[in-house]
Design a protein around this ligand. Structure first.
Ligand code: SAM
Length: 213
């Protein structure tokens, strides 16, 4: 994705009350930061935050954490939260590669991956957020029965993800190659920024839900 540098965004994020700048310190203890025992759900690669902000608004009974690698993108999600603050939504600027340093065993029951970067070269397969390497990290964070939900318009990445899920012994609970045409799966769908962009171009959206065995 093309990234426009936003001067000062790193500092603004570090200072925002809606971002957690020392996330490793909360490993195993995120509930105390939210001051409740509600379930914790994470979006990795949150981008400008439309999806997670809307999801958090719809579900005040759940805590949400948006993870994003780049300050220049995350700043837009933080701005949304500043305009309309939700007590059940926080952000972390980090690379998800280190997610097991930040969240403890069984600390989240659902992970959302929306329009993750495809990393098309074979030698970069490990960097895809649905690779077996990432699935094994998520497995530590999720209890038995915990899920990932993944949406993309990239059919190669979707096929790869289905293979990795099967190879890793996860159970496929739902799968569609046309989310917007699937009445059941689309019912509570929240469109992400990329989803709006790509579906407006006519690209069908794929979605899967996979569960830790
Ligand atoms: N989820 C948003 C959407 O659907 O509109 C943004 C999709 S964009 C293609 C992918 C986002 O994931 C980018 O903002 C990128 O910086 C972020 N990202 C990619 N790899 C990441 C990683 N390893 N850790 C955290 N964020 C990552």
């Amino acid at each position: 994705m093309r990234l426009k540098n936003v001067p000062g965004s790193r500092e603004m994020i570090a200072e925002s009350e809606y971002t957690v700048s020392n996330p490793e310190q909360w490993k195993g203890n995120w509930h105390s930061l939210f001051e409740n025992n509600h379930p914790i759900r994470i979006e990795i690669g949150t981008g400008k935050g439309k999806f997670i902000h809307e999801l958090a608004m719809r579900h005040p009974e759940v805590n949400f954490i948006g993870i994003e690698k780049y300050s220049s993108v995350l700043i837009r999600a933080v701005e949304k939260q500043e305009q309309n603050p939700l007590p059940n939504l926080l952000f972390v600027r980090m690379d998800a590669e280190y997610i097991t340093d930040v969240f403890g065993e069984n600390e989240t029951d659902r992970i959302y991956l929306n329009f993750s970067d495809p990393w098309p070269k074979d030698r970069h397969a490990k960097r895809r957020l649905t690779s077996r390497e990432y699935l094994s990290r998520y497995r530590i964070l999720l209890p038995a029965g915990g899920c990932i939900e993944f949406k993309t318009d990239n059919t190669d990445l979707f096929s790869f993800s289905l293979e990795e899920i099967a190879l890793s012994g996860w159970t496929l609970l739902a799968c569609t190659h046309d989310l917007h045409g699937d009445e059941e799966l689309n019912r509570d769908n929240i469109m992400t920024e990329y989803e709006e962009k790509f579906s407006a171009k006519g690209n069908p959206i794929c979605k899967l839900i996979a569960q830790v065995p």
